[in-house]
Design a binder for this molecule. Structure first.
Ligand SMILES: [Zn+2]
Length: 279
C-alpha cells in the first residue's frame, strides 16, 4: 500500500490478498456480531515483529473505521452497548457489525495512538500484564495507565493479561489461579477500578479448568486468541477476537471485519497456525 498525493494505491500484494479472500469465505452468516480487533505494539518505524502494526498503518486503519461512506459496520461506543449485545434487548432491525479495539501487553506506544482513538470515540480494551508495567521503556508505567484512563474515561476498559504473561495452559492450577487473581487485584488497587475483563496470554487453546477459574476469580468476560467474532450465545469467558498484523491494510481490515478473509484458516491449512497464535 502506498500513499501518493493523499490517495491510497494498492499493489500486487493487496490484490492477491483480496483474491484469496474471495476464495476463502469464513462463513460468518450472522449479522449480529462484534469484531474486536487485537493490536499489540504500534511502533513508529517498521519492525520485524508481525504483531507490531506500524503507526502510519494504524492511522489508515482508524480512518477506515471513521469513514462513513464505507460503513458496512458501525463503531461500538460504550461498554453498556457491549454488555447489552448479549441480552437480546436491542432493536436489531438496523444492526450492523460492530467494531471495538483491543491492545495486549501494555506497550508504551499506546500513548501515541490514544488521541486518535479518542477522536474516533471507539470502545477500547487495554489488557495489561502487571509484571511488564514499569519494567522498561517499552511498556507503560502505572502513572501512564492512570493518565490514559483519565483521558479516555469509560471508553477505555482496563483488563488483565495475566500477572507475568506465562502461558496458562502449561503451568499448574495453583499458578494459573495466582496469575488470574493477583493480576486482577493489583490492577484494581493501582487504578481504583473494578476489573471484569481478561485476555488469556497465549490464549489459543484455553482448557475448561482455566475458564472455570477465571469465573471463580471474578472475571465476567474473557478473550481468547481464537480468530473470530463475538456472537450472541457465546460463552462470555471464551470470546474470540480478530488479530491485526503488521501487513494488514485498510482493505484487509475491512475484509476481516466483513468475515470475508480469514488468514488463520489459510495458515492452519499450511500447518503453520502455531506461528501466529503465540502472543
Ligand atoms: Zn500478550
Amino acid at each position: 500500500m502506498k500513499l501518493k498525493g493523499g490517495e491510497i494505491y494498492y499493489g500486487v500484494k493487496e490484490i492477491l490478498v483480496f483474491l484469496i479472500g474471495q476464495v476463502i469465505k469464513t462463513g460468518y452468516n450472522s449479522p449480529y456480531r462484534i469484531a474486536i480487533l487485537t493490536y499489540h505494539d504500534i511502533p513508529l518505524d517498521k519492525n520485524k515483529d508481525v504483531f507490531g502494526v506500524p503507526f502510519e498503518n494504524f492511522l489508515f486503519h482508524l480512518s477506515l473505521l471513521g469513514n462513513d461512506s464505507l460503513k458496512s459496520f458501525s463503531i461500538l461506543r460504550s461498554i453498556k452497548e457491549f454488555e447489552s449485545f448479549f441480552d437480546y434487548l436491542e432493536d436489531r432491525r438496523n444492526f450492523k457489525v460492530k467494531v471495538a479495539l483491543s491492545f495486549d501487553d501494555g506497550f508504551k506506544s499506546f500513548l501515541n495512538v490514544m488521541p486518535f482513538i479518542n477522536d474516533l470515540r471507539i470502545l477500547t480494551f487495554l489488557f495489561i500484564t502487571p509484571k511488564f508495567i514499569n519494567s522498561s521503556n517499552k511498556y507503560l508505567t502505572w502513572d501512564e495507565v492512570r493518565f490514559l484512563k483519565n483521558a479516555m474515561g469509560d471508553r477505555l476498559i482496563i483488563g488483565s493479561h495475566g500477572l507475568t504473561h506465562k502461558p496458562l495452559h502449561s503451568i499448574g492450577a495453583k499458578d494459573v489461579k495466582e496469575e488470574l487473581y493477583s493480576s486482577k487485584s493489583i490492577i484494581e488497587q493501582q487504578l481504583n477500578v473494578e476489573v471484569h475483563f481478561l485476555a488469556y496470554p497465549y490464549g489459543y487453546n484455553v482448557p475448561d479448568f482455566i475458564v472455570e477459574m477465571a469465573y471463580e476469580v471474578g472475571y465476567k468476560y474473557a478473550f481468547t486468541n481464537k480468530y473470530g467474532f463475538v456472537c450472541v450465545g457465546d460463552n462470555k469467558l471464551k470470546l474470540r477476537r480478530i488479530p491485526i498484523l503488521k501487513w494488514d491494510t485498510p482493505w484487509t481490515l475491512k475484509q476481516k471485519i466483513n468475515g470475508d478473509f480469514n488468514p488463520h484458516l489459510l495458515y492452519s491449512l499450511l500447518k503453520e497456525k502455531q506461528s501466529l497464535h503465540l502472543k
